[in-house]
Design a protein around this ligand. Structure first.
Ligand code: 5AD
Ligand code: FES
Length: 344
């Protein structure tokens, strides 16, 4: 039995198997991995790829993650915040374009406190009862997560970044706590959110062991979504001189995650599209089933600069949506804009 067959039937992977898959340059094994991962995705979700509308609320952040262009120490970053009206406009445009999931993402910005954020969420909830509301606003208190859930949010994305506390400490300043981040994910789950965790591929100091720990953590948490993308070295951050993560490693890990978790919602990320002109298409071919076109107002797009050379910063919402749809159609898949809930 091949390694790929073994992972697929056991829904488990050993450290050695992970190492072998990441190390191989045998084209046939990689093609086997790709085709089996795609087969598994198709067996659950057909050839449908879910589109989510992404709204980037704020480029202000109180944190200082060493990899991120929005870190507070980056005095070269342009900072903006969307007004309530701008956010509602994005939703209106998105709804008109057919989106039924809005993903509101932002740096950890105290301006979007519970009162403001709950007001925004409940307004969207009332206006679009048929839509899913996804939040990606970083670490908050249990009370905050609960209040946002009660206001109508359904899903929460919070990448765990790495399942190794030692690795976490090398990617973040000492005031940030790995334990708190992990606790946040469990809290979100307890409250009843559909949760997404995830990590960067090829982040500085990542090893086979930290990646293996990531896969074990995903198995433990059983999230509905997993977001992974390559690390992109970014100017004006401490990691600007480090090498980018590899597209090929990212694709292999997407496929592995699909084989281990057949039902998981797995985006082909913008970071993947940034490091390879067909990165998102390749992601889908390796088992991803979600894409997130940008609905943010064009005036602020370039300023949500988590990493360098980010794609989709010059296109209007309608253009980005059409572009995504075309790209996906070209490789034989169908985009759908319904809520696209996790299939248990
Ligand atoms: N390259 C790739 N991904 C990054 N992120 C932050 N900075 C970078 C970077 N330089 C990812 C993190 C974060 C998500 C919003 O973006 O994993 O959780
Ligand atoms: Fe956004 Fe192509 S997908 S512009």
């Amino acid at each position: 039995m091949s390694i790929v067959d073994h992972i697929r039937t056991e829904r488990d992977i050993s450290r050695e198997e992970l190492e072998a898959i990441l190390a191989t340059d045998d084209k046939d094994s990689i093609e086997e991995l790709r085709s089996q991962a795609r087969e598994v995705a198709t067996s659950v979700y057909g050839n449908k790829i879910f589109m989510r509308g992404l709204i980037e609320l704020s480029s202000h952040c109180k944190n200082d993650c060493l990899y991120c262009g929005l870190r507070r120490s980056n005095t070269n970053a342009s900072r903006y915040r969307l007004t309530d009206d701008e956010i509602f406009q994005c939703c209106a445009t998105g709804y008109r374009l057919g989106f039924r999931t809005f993903v509101m993402q932002g740096g950890e910005d105290g301006w979007f406190d519970d009162k403001r954020m709950c007001r925004i969420v409940s307004t969207i909830r009332q206006q679009y009862p048929d839509c899913a509301i996804t939040l990606s606003l970083g670490e908050r208190s249990r009370e905050s997560y609960q209040a946002l859930f009660d206001a109508g949010a359904n899903r929460y994305l919070l990448r765990h970044e790495t399942a190794s506390p030692e690795h976490y400490a090398r990617l973040h300043p000492s005031e940030m706590s790995w334990q708190n981040r992990i606790d946040c994910l469990w809290t979100l789950k307890e409250i009843g959110y559909q949760v997404g965790c995830g990590f960067m591929v090829g982040s500085p100091f990542q090893t086979i062991d930290t990646l293996y720990a990531d896969l074990q953590f995903i198995r433990e948490l059983q999230p509905q979504m997993v977001g992974i993308g390559p690390f992109v070295a970014t100017a004006n951050t401490p990691f600007e001189g480090y090498p980018n993560g590899k597209v090929s490693d990212t694709l292999r890990l997407l496929a592995i995650i699909r084989l281990l978790h057949p039902h998981v919602l797995l985006p082909a990320t913008t970071a993947l599209g940034t490091l390879h002109p067909r990165g998102r298409e390749l992601g889908i071919q390796f088992g991803a089933n979600v894409v997130m076109p940008n609905l943010s107002p064009i005036a602020h797009r370039k300023d949500y600069a988590i990493y360098d050379n980010k794609i989709c910063t010059g296109e209007e919402a309608a253009e980005c949506r059409a572009c995504t749809e075309q790209r996906i159609k070209k490789i034989g898949f169908e985009t759908v804009v319904d809520r696209g809930d996790y299939k248990a």
